[in-house]
Design a protein around this ligand. Structure first.
Ligand code: THU
Length: 137
């Protein structure tokens, strides 16, 4: 399913990607050598971003999306509407599976993701998602 045109209208994906690229330059990725930056629009017009932060204890490294959702909460919450992710070359990157789940919590199935295959709703990138609604059934 392609997203409704109006949901994407007027969104400056280039500008959002520029924020993600700037965030990527702050990544702490000495172990993988793979910096990542992310940025998203919030439903009240804010922009939030994040970079990956690794650790000598490899398994506890934080994906860039962790920083993004932390900034979302810290700056007032709200819902994510548009999201992009870039690698160390500034190229569009798909978020990892765990991070799709992180994004689902705060954007739901309609969150629009910029992917190498175009703008796609999270419902296509994380089909049949488990989410907060399941806990209330
Ligand atoms: N990484 C992210 O920050 N987000 C993703 O969605 C994909 C992977 C990071 C984790 C690790 O620091 C590095 O990329 C290599 O896997």
């Amino acid at each position: 399913m392609t997203p409704p045109a109006e949901a994407d209208a007027g969104v400056d994906w280039e500008a959002l990607r520029a924020v993600a690229r700037e965030a990527m330059t702050r990544a702490y990725a000495p172990y993988s050598g793979y910096p990542v930056g992310v940025a998203a629009l919030v439903d009240d017009g804010r922009t939030v971003s994040g970079c990956n932060v690794e650790n000598a204890s490899y398994g506890i490294g934080l994906c860039a999306e962790c920083g993004l959702v932390s900034e979302l909460a810290r700056t007032g919450g709200g819902r994510l509407t548009h999201f992009t992710c870039v690698d160390g070359r500034g190229e569009i990157l798909v978020p990892c599976g765990r991070c799709r789940q992180l994004l689902y919590e705060f954007g739901g199935p309609e969150l629009l993701l910029e992917t190498p295959a175009g703008i796609l709703p999270l419902s296509q990138m994380l089909p049949q998602a488990f989410g907060p609604d399941h806990l209330n059934r």
